[in-house]
Design a binder for this molecule. Structure first.
Ligand code: FE2
Ligand code: FE2
Length: 168
């Protein structure tokens, strides 16, 4: 922990660490939802959907790493037990019961929209108090916005293919 680095944060640091841990729980759950979805995917454009989900999984894991680094810098303790993910999460976990590509895309789009809302809220909370966390959140938010767009673009392509009866 950097003592001075913690002192310059103009808000309740323990509360901030709690919020970063909630985001950390979200990232791990999002990681697994993508990772397992990439392996289950069936139906139209399965190869493209699968590789997109896999790529997103990797980026959610990077977000988890960035958040842990900041939690440690602030003198906090990252979530140590996966059981706590479900207690702390903002966005939860959407079990991919239906492996069809469209259903997986829909679930993950919903997840990204939740992530965007969470990071926008956090960004506004730290804006004037903690420029370092602010920068981290903005970087992650940029990725989540891109994720939503990536998934929606593939979803639209599949819908167009269906309309044109290119695939069943
Ligand atoms: Fe993320
Ligand atoms: Fe994401």
């Amino acid at each position: 922990m950097g003592t001075r680095g913690r002192e310059i944060v103009g808000m309740d640091v323990d509360k901030l660490i709690g919020k970063l841990n909630a985001a950390l729980a979200d990232e791990w759950l999002a990681y697994y939802q993508y990772w397992v979805g990439a392996r289950l995917a069936k139906g139209p454009m399965r190869g493209i959907v699968s590789s997109e989900l896999n790529e997103h999984a990797g980026e959610e894991l990077e977000h988890a790493e960035i958040l842990v680094e900041r939690i440690l810098q602030l003198g906090g303790k990252p979530i140590l037990n996966p059981k706590d993910w479900f207690e702390k999460t903002n966005c939860g976990y959407d079990t991919p019961m239906d492996p069809s590509t469209m259903s997986l895309l829909e679930q993950n789009i919903k997840g990204e929209q939740c992530a965007i809302d969470v990071y926008v809220k956090l960004m506004n909370e730290v804006k004037d108090a903690d420029p370092i966390t602010y920068n981290i959140i903005v970087d992650i938010l940029e990725d989540e916005v891109q994720h939503e767009e990536d998934l929606q673009a593939i979803f639209e392509d599949i819908e167009m293919m269906k309309e044109k009866h290119i695939c069943a």
